[in-house]
Design a protein around this ligand. Sequence first.
Ligand code: FAD
Length: 418
Amino acid sequence: MRLGIVGAGWAGLAAAVQAVQNGHQVTVFEAARTPGGRARGLEITLPEGRSVTVDNGQHILIGAYTDALRLMRTVGVDPDTSMQRLPLTLQYPDGQGLRLPDLPVPLDVLAGILRNRAWPLRERLGLLRAALGWKLTGFVCADTLSVAELCAGLGPHVQAELVEPLCVSALNTPAQQASAQVFLRVLHDALFAVRGGSQLLLPRADLGALFPQAAVAWLQAHGATVHSGSRITTLQQDGPGWLLDGQHFDTILLACSSTEAARLATPLNPGWAATAEALHFEAITTVYAWAKDARLAAPMLTLRPDARQPAQFVFDRGQLGGPAGLLAFVLSASRGEREALQAQVLTQAQAQLGLQLQAVQTVVEKRATFACTPGLQRPPRQIAPGLQACGDYIEGPYPATLEGAVRSGLAAAQALTR
Ligand SMILES: Cc1cc2nc3c(=O)[nH]c(=O)nc-3n(C[C@H](O)[C@H](O)[C@H](O)COP(=O)(O)OP(=O)(O)OC[C@H]3O[C@@H](n4cnc5c(N)ncnc54)[C@H](O)[C@@H]3O)c2cc1C
């Protein structure tokens, strides 16, 4: 079939690769000049004048991202060399924090929790009891429950040093507003499903090189067409097929943002478009800051955020294949303006890391992810016969993640019909 794909983010590219492998004739339209969508490379200039490619936002992958990792290999990227694999560690600048040893599941979780003496014994035992309870109920809970409600019985150290950082980094939604059901699913797949699922994979290449650019090269080498700088403005029915800005296709995949998909789909399925339009979003801010001798104790450290010191994590890009001295501070579910956030992070770096840094670039992605709230209704994949959508926001068990986007793209490609 002649397949038209709107959007070359990770979902659209995953769908395109799978569709080519399934024998379809694929054309991808991407509005931006570079592929990758919300996970792409970005050029910045260091204070010393050198240009380097970083990311529009620091990303973390985990060992449980099996489909994203498989797809990287398909398009010729080796995850073992392009990312640094670390055991799940939530290490603070003072050296404290949870560290999981390299043991089979669930012994790694058990040992990691029991050995973390910074948490009182009763809190560690309380967490293990709660984890056993979640396992016994199959990691399923009421759809209406928030993460804060699910974890209300856990001790304050566990809440502050495990639940909150995990919740905000995985769901990009504060624990009081985040869906407990999605959180449990992430915990299950990351911590309790397969050995190594919880391992952190920190990119050593920029996000563009990690998948999108290689995917475009692979697609072109396999006969597909990718148009960049090509924003689709109209979608119309054309007999049994479709017209995308006047070009005929047998079947269409909308792999663009939920708002763009809703705009294009409104005349064809207003109910679907209304569900997509009803999603709310959370921002993520990444502050790149630099000092000649800045070096962290580990490639990634957890910080202690509060209202005036908003970063939850900091990454040492120098230890991740980037320029020495360049740090990336991550502010998930961030609120406020760029300048103010940047100034607060520089103060936080001084207070929590003892580093006097110079700001290099601050990227605020206002619509980084959908707000992953309890009972959220997400639009299904199918819009109309021969018209599907894919992306991290489509109905599914995961929050907005690269793996969620990739799996949604693969599912759409496998389900192609006229
Ligand atoms: C700062 C930040 C940090 C993040 N951190 C993590 C993390 O650590 N781990 C993780 O797993 N996930 C993370 N995410 C989430 C992850 O990046 C997204 O879930 C994923 O990239 C979504 O991919 P997608 O293909 O569904 O959508 P998108 O990336 O939004 O792709 C949609 C594409 O469609 C294009 N488009 C839109 N309209 C049109 C049109 N009319 N015509 C043609 N093209 C169009 C857009 O330009 C875009 O390229 C983060 C996101 C951000 C922003």
